[in-house]
Ligand binder design. Sequence first.
Ligand code: NAD
Length: 291
Amino acid sequence: MRALAGRQEPCINQSGVGISQGDSIFTPLISEMEGKSVLLEGKVAVVTGSGQGLGRGIALRLASEGAAVAVLDIDGEYAKATAEDIRKRGGKSFPLTMDVSKVAEIQPALDRVVKELGALDVWVNNVGVLQTKAMLELSEEDWDQVVGTNAKGTFFCLQAAARWMEKQGEGVIINITSGQRARPMATHYASSKMAVDSMTKCAALAMAPYNVRVNAIDPGLVLDTPMLRKMDDDRARTLGLKPGEATQKWIESIPLGRMGTLDEIAALVVLFGLQGRSIYYRADYCRDGRV
Ligand SMILES: NC(=O)c1ccc[n+]([C@@H]2O[C@H](COP(=O)([O-])OP(=O)(O)OC[C@H]3O[C@@H](n4cnc5c(N)ncnc54)[C@H](O)[C@@H]3O)[C@@H](O)[C@H]2O)c1
């Protein structure tokens, strides 16, 4: 295991803004980005739900920035395919089949990451499941499936990663959330994501003394993931819309008039993942500009 890193002492610049040791907030990032393309060399990252969709985009981008990436997914075939793609591009990766809603599977998965890759610097809680169903029709089973995966799964992954990072003396945890909007056709999903927002803020405060930063990203609408396609199909079926119509309506509500790309979200994950170069913690970024 890598030697445990010491805590970084915060310092204050002349304008009174808290910054990482000896650096201004922006210049190191800008000069590093201009000077080299590999920002996470030597780091180890975990991305849950990275067999497909946004998680896959995040895993590929973290790997292209030099991180070794563990690809965790409930679907072992998709996990293998993402890890294989990373290796084909010259990166380091391995797949792990696990279900984040089963708490007993989380610690063994983390132990395996540390055994295979030697450390754990960035943990991205990306898994989320969405079901479109009217509030009056939700069953206990629907609630348990969605809230058990999105809220419980995210929390126990976060807790396991935070325990490990506390010992390491540093680390970054990033939760993928989903906007604080009321959703009458997905009350359980919206509730679970509000729980993710809240646990991000609580964990950020709990872990800041240990130099472990916890952030959330709300991707807005992301181009062409299996979840987005399913959401469009479900809306078409339940609301009598044409295929693509629900998505088009959402796009019209975005000030920039378009969905985000996988890489736009992944770039923000990289920014948050830069340990020792950032004071970002408990931030909650919405990528689609909606308010
Ligand atoms: N796609 C969007 O427009 C959008 C918008 C807002 C928020 N989000 C959030 O972004 C995240 C990713 O969304 P996506 O669109 O890529 O989803 P997706 O459904 O396309 O992909 C999710 C991945 O997670 C895996 N997975 C599902 N349940 C799992 C479990 N219990 N354990 C481990 N792996 C599991 C799936 O196999 C799949 O590979 C989710 O948290 C979602 O809520 C997405």
